[in-house]
Design a protein around this ligand. Sequence first.
Ligand code: SF4
Length: 280
Amino acid sequence: MPLVPPKAEPFPVVPGNAPVLEHLSPHDLVTYFRCPHEMELHRSQHLSWRTGASLSPRTPPGTAPLPHSPLFPPPVGDPRPVHGRLDVGLQDTLLYQDPDEPGLPFLFPPERSHAHAFLHERSPTLEDRAWGLSGRPDYVIRRPDGHCFPVEYKDTHLFEDYPRHHGRLFDFLQVLAECRLVEATWGVVPVSGMVYYGDTAGGGEREGWVEIPYGGAPRAWLQAALKVIRADLVRAPVPQEGNCTHCEPNRDGLCGYARARFEDVHPSHRGEAPRARRFY
Ligand code: SF4
């Protein structure tokens, strides 16, 4: 499958300025949280695509796999899902909408949308040079009190028992990074961001949204997570079945660890005393 160019490009190097931080995107944060090697394979793929040179991932051959990512989950509590259409008020306005996502639903009438004006003057990719981050939320909305927040749209339905069982934590990570991009672009620290699950099947009965807190501890977690990613000179694989099954580099045959995986050994299945995960 051909490589899709990333929307978020690295910042240009300006001669004489301080060294540019390694460019990261919300997608990098999500893939690193799942498997650092997956992020590294994406990164080297994209660099090769951009430069035309064949660039290898930095992960040394023979690197021992990890049982889980070096990142701990963000301190966002236990955000509860809200059923129904996204809570867009009559006084809310649309500041931004990703122009390269044609499948996004229309949440605002034209008179309450400033997205065209923004895109007329600015790049569609939001940039945060201080934290070396760039990317594109699906929407940015402003409340009448000036509070701005990103919305990440997913065309899947709202799961009742997520995030543990359906990987919705990855959506939360994406929104945290997008909150920072909103902060850097509009100069207002979002109180929260949203994931909007917009599956309209069944007359919209499966639609819903989740509000993810930002500011304070989640914001500090994000800043620390970006430092951890940049300081990681190995980016080891985390070959869990749940990771490898949906991994794009695996689909493209790029990962030498894909067949290796961890297995949960549950004592009730074996009549044995509990033991740690094993690698084979
Ligand atoms: S196939 Fe598995 S181990 Fe390899 S990069 Fe993907 S998620 Fe990581």
